[in-house]
Design a binder for this molecule. Structure first.
Ligand code: OGA
Ligand code: NI
Length: 321
């Protein structure tokens, strides 16, 4: 059933073939929308004893590579310009809003509860669902352990974040594909941001590109075989009342090698209430943020393109000096 011609494409798919970075077309130069303005060009931890099987990790990375090495025709049916589409292939972050385009394509889909979503995933490559399904299950076990450990670090019982995130935790799997780039100094694979959910567990392949901002400087987070990068995202920053930072990070490109990274974005139910935990607030540590329903945060998240100011600024409580 694999079609290798453009015959039969609808208008949107045709548009997608043109836009996707991974379409095999040569991009001889970074032009127009992919040139980031000067000044915007180019506490994460890496965990080793994470309990996720090395075989499952490797199979996931291999299938991700296969997905983006298929002819573009085989993934274009999942393309949408609506960044909130549940199962989505797209480019940059939000093509209808981004002022500049990131040098990447991605596949994203929900994965918890698995039985609810697995049949909506890509049918190509043939074993995609099986392989990604196993990976998502193991990652969730890891995330729940991390949430328990963070809950205890916040002076709460181990079930605190699990309960606080509501009944329908959201788990999204994303595969980022960054093609090699002729002008890495002009473009960015992922522009500076903090992640929106609770926690991100990122598998980087063996190509470097991830950087984290610390004391105003960008530091490379070099890939370590079989390790995950764990990244606190905005909601845990709020619940911890700023004790856990949601590190700003970005991804740069290189001239020779395509890079794949596979983040799992794990977060609360849209109806859960996010606020600094009472154990984190006292006279010396006044609440830094007002409480809000997570969907309020996400409404702002989806209304913006890249490089907007931190969404959390909107929820900050101004303290008098
Ligand atoms: C992301 C992200 C970094 C990377 O997708 O949110 O930060 O290394 N990716 O690809
Ligand atoms: Ni990120």
């Amino acid at each position: 059933m694999t079609s290798t011609t453009h015959v039969g494409f609808n208008h949107l798919e045709h548009n997608a073939v043109e836009k996707l970075m991974s379409n095999g077309r040569n991009h001889p130069d970074v032009q127009d929308k992919s040139v980031f303005p000067p000044g915007q060009r180019p506490d994460m931890s890496q965990i080793m004893n994470h309990g996720v099987s090395e075989t499952v990790m490797k199979s996931m990375m291999d299938i991700a590579k296969e997905f983006f090495e298929m002819p573009v025709e085989d993934r274009v049916s999942l393309y949408s310009e609506d960044a909130q589409q549940a199962v989505l292939v797209s480019t940059s972050f939000n093509v209808t809003k981004d002022e500049f385009f990131e040098w990447k394509d991605y596949l994203r889909h929900p994965c918890h509860p698995l039985e609810k979503f697995i049949n909506s995933w890509s049918q190509k490559p043939a074993v995609y669902r099986e392989v990604a399904g196993k990976y998502c299950k193991e990652i969730r076990v890891l995330v729940l352990r991390l949430l328990a450990a963070i809950s205890e670090a916040l002076g709460q019982d181990s079930d605190y974040l699990n309960a606080n995130f509501g009944r329908k935790h959201s788990q999204e799997l994303q595969i980022n594909y960054y093609p090699s780039c002729p002008n890495p100094d002009l473009a960015l694979g992922a522009s500076p941001h903090s992640d929106s959910g609770g926690l991100t567990v990122l598998m980087q392949g063996d190509v470097s590109g991830l950087q984290v901002l610390k004391d105003g400087k960008w530091f490379a987070v070099e890939p370590i075989p079989n390790a995950f990068v764990v990244n606190v995202a905005d909601q845990i920053k709020v619940v911890s009342n700023g004790r856990f930072k949601s590190a700003k990070h970005r991804a740069i490109t290189n001239t020779t090698t395509a890079r794949i990274s596979i983040p799992t974005f794990y977060g609360p139910s849209c109806d859960s209430f996010i606020a600094p935990a009472t154990s984190m607030v006292d006279e010396e540590h006044p609440a830094l943020y007002r409480g809000y329903k997570f969907e309020e945060y996400m409404r702002i998240f989806w209304s913006k393109g890249l490089m907007s100011k931190s969404i959390l600024d909107r929820f900050k409580i101004e303290t008098s000096p």
